[in-house]
Design a protein. Structure first.
Ligand code: ACO
Length: 325
């Protein structure tokens, strides 16, 4: 018995924020952003759009592709660091919007690794329960917590949501291995200082711009280039395969230089690597599932293909999954 991805879907806001737009907002240039990150533009949600709206849209597409009805779902996990509100969880809001009344629902916070964490949790849940189907969503609207006066972060992030419907099936295809990890010692490298129990919202926190993402880009970059290789090596070993057998590599879309370092280490070429950050930037927990959904929509994944996905993010967290399509 394996847990398979039965359907993928994604949702993106219509509004485009280009590098040229950012040139008007902070001291930066299209050339610098492209060269140092590989990003040209990203999508930003209009004021009236929330994370749960993007989740709902992505989920509808995934359910349709899977041929699964909302009421057949036993679990909904939304991986996000930008929930509609601190509580209730965005997954409960999504459950209601979909009419998925038989599903347990919770949010999961693992930064950009969130979707991979959620995939692994839902896989274990399905294998250990009588439920047949689960919905896993990676969704973030980092534009809501991005400081558009900070050129070192505002050039990176975009909004989006990606969803996968999982189901149990007999046979060889499905999730073969997952590997998750964390290094809480790096918590201070990427975080939002205020708004939680430690620094509740106050005039002071707003004045000091503490409700925005703070990041030590260089340290995160160093961590990312190292950990992508470590996670991939673990998964390859766990599955007893070689890198040559990988058909597609779906990395977290943070920076083209991080992706290229990983590709080089694994000797995986461009034709096998799914990259969408040029158009969409870093969408945090949504990056991996949107990339998978777009690749699937383009007809890339064929039955039996081996897909390796690896992510890292705030926490610091890291993880990956090996999937036989
Ligand atoms: N435009 C122009 N110049 C800039 C900009 C900008 N947008 N941003 C920084 N600079 C300047 C710096 O001030 C610095 O100038 P100085 O030399 O005069 O001091 C110079 O460019 C070099 O700065 P670095 O920070 O060393 O630039 P780097 O090439 O490392 O790129 C970046 C910075 C893009 C942030 C990179 O470090 C990175 O991608 N890090 C990883 C970030 C990441 O992946 N984060 C997401 C994690 S996942 C999650 O959970 C959200």
């Amino acid at each position: 018995m394996k847990v398979k991805i039965l359907g993928l879907g994604h949702a993106l806001p219509d509004k485009i924020l280009s590098n040229k737009d950012l040139e008007m907002m902070v001291d930066t240039s299209d050339e610098w952003i492209k060269e140092r990150t590989g990003i040209s533009e990203r999508r930003i949600g209009e004021k009236d759009i929330t994370t749960s709206d993007l989740c709902e849209k992505a989920a509808h597409h995934a359910l349709l592709k899977a041929g699964v009805k909302p009421e057949e779902l036993g679990l909904i996990v939304v991986a996000t660091v930008t929930p509609d509100m601190l509580f209730p969880s965005t997954s409960c809001i999504v459950q209601d919007k979909l009419g998925a009344y038989n599903a347990a629902a919770f949010d999961l916070g693992a930064g950009c690794t969130g979707f991979v964490y959620a995939l692994s949790m839902a896989e274990k849940f399905l294998l250990a329960s009588t439920h047949k189907y689960a919905l896993v969503i990676g969704a973030d609207m980092l534009s809501r917590i991005t400081d558009y006066t900070d050129r070192s972060t505002c050039i990176l992030f975009g909004d989006g949501a990606g969803a996968a419907v999982l189901g149990k099936e007999e046979g060889e295809c499905g999730i073969i291995a997952t590997y998750l990890g964390a290094d809480g010692g790096g918590a201070g490298l990427l975080y939002m200082p205020a708004g939680g129990a430690k620094l509740p919202p106050s005039e002071e926190t707003v004045k000091n711009r503490l409700h925005y993402i703070k990041m030590n880009g260089n340290e995160v970059f160093r961590f990312a280039t190292r950990i992508m290789g470590t996670v991939s090596d673990k998964l390859i070993k766990m599955a007893g395969i070689t890198y040559e057998e990988i058909d597609y590599f779906v990395p977290h879309q943070a920076n083209i230089r991080i992706i290229q370092t990983a590709m080089k280490k694994m000797d995986i070429g461009e034709e096998k690597t799914i990259i969408n950050l040029e158009r969409l930037g870093n969408m945090s927990a949504a990056s991996v599932p949107v990339a998978m959904s777009e690749a699937d929509e383009a007809g890339k994944f064929k039955e039996g293909d081996l897909i390796l996905t690896v992510a890292f993010g705030a926490g610091l967290t890291f993880g990956g999954a090996l999937i036989k399509w």
